[in-house]
Design a protein around this ligand. Structure first.
Ligand SMILES: C[S@@+](CC[C@H](N)C(=O)[O-])C[C@H]1O[C@@H](n2cnc3c(N)ncnc32)[C@H](O)[C@@H]1O
Length: 272
């Protein structure tokens, strides 16, 4: 067998077809926007990502699947302008709220999808294009080509390593098989087939996570499992309760065995 005979795109599609979780729709993200914003706007993930980002003050940045501005808001303090694109109106509303609170007026939000015609939307080429934890697309190769075409200097992609944000022990606890689907290694190899030799760094988040209430912790775990049965709901609740404790500020802390891991894949588009 030769490396060049491997059809990474087809393997990615097959692996994706077998994953245990369903692709979320924009209305699913709308429902999650407020809690996602609350937990992510000051997440240690941001500092880890920013430590790798090479940007210049006069550059512009396109953030695809920006969510509530996890990265768009802090980055806007370091560059001339940020365009935040997301198909969830509620996520963009959270972003606008966060930008206002941070006193940033150099972020434009665009409610659009990966698959929309960005040219027709008048989306200009930026120096840097980012897609962080937002690569849930039907055509990964096409999405990567799109990012590459929209970035004059560099592209940064954050993709899952193995289970990514999912907690595999939860699936074992509720008695479900868990198939995470394709992770960053497919992305890296698809890029290679496009002639793009990307760099990879790994971002590991903490095993413990804080929630304002027990219900929010439960909600965040329910998000991982589609079509929960009442028996599974009982097991999920028992799993979460067994790992939750209240810290001295009254917040709820949940400790899991496997911390979420992400791959930061990045490359220059200008040959530097
Ligand atoms: C996990 S959040 C990531 C947000 C942010 N980039 C971060 O790293 O915290 C995924 C975001 O991608 C958006 N998204 C998912 N699929 C999308 C699509 N097809 N087009 C546009 N946005 C999409 C969702 O609405 C959501 O805001």
């Amino acid at each position: 067998m030769r490396y060049h005979d491997i059809d990474w795109d087809e393997m990615w599609r097959q692996s994706r077809a077998n994953k245990s979780w369903k692709k979320k729709k924009s209305c699913d993200w709308d429902r999650r926007a407020a809690s996602f914003a609350e937990r992510n706007l000051d997440s240690p993930f941001v500092a880890q990502f920013l430590a790798h980002l090479q940007i210049e003050p006069e550059w512009t940045v396109l953030d695809v699947g920006s969510g509530p501005g996890t990265l768009a808001i802090p980055i806007s303090g370091q560059v001339r302008h940020v365009t935040a694109l997301d198909y969830s109106a509620a996520m963009l509303a959270e972003l606008n709220k966060g930008a206002q609170a941070a006193g940033r007026d150099n972020i434009t939000t665009v409610q659009a999808s990966w698959t929309d015609d960005w040219q027709a939307l008048g989306l200009a080429r930026h120096e840097v294009a980012i897609a962080s934890r937002s690569l849930s697309v039907e055509d990964l190769r096409g999405a990567l080509q799109k990012l590459n075409a929209w970035a004059g200097k560099a592209v940064y992609v954050v993709d899952r390593v193995g289970a990514g944000p999912f907690d595999p022990d939860l699936f074992a606890a509720i008695g479900r098989n868990f198939e995470p689907g394709p992770d960053y290694i497919f992305t890296l190899n698809i890029l290679y087939t496009l002639g793009i030799h990307a760099k990879v760094d790994f971002l590991t988040l903490e095993s413990s996570r804080t929630y304002p209430s027990r219900e929010e912790a439960l909600q965040s775990y329910r998000w991982m499992v589609d079509d929960l049965t009442s028996k599974e709901e009982e097991r999920l609740t028992a799993y979460v309760d067994a790992r939750l404790s209240r810290d001295n500020t009254g917040a709820w802390q949940l400790i899991r065995q496997t911390p979420p891991r992400w791959a930061l894949i990045w490359w220059r588009t200008d040959g530097v």
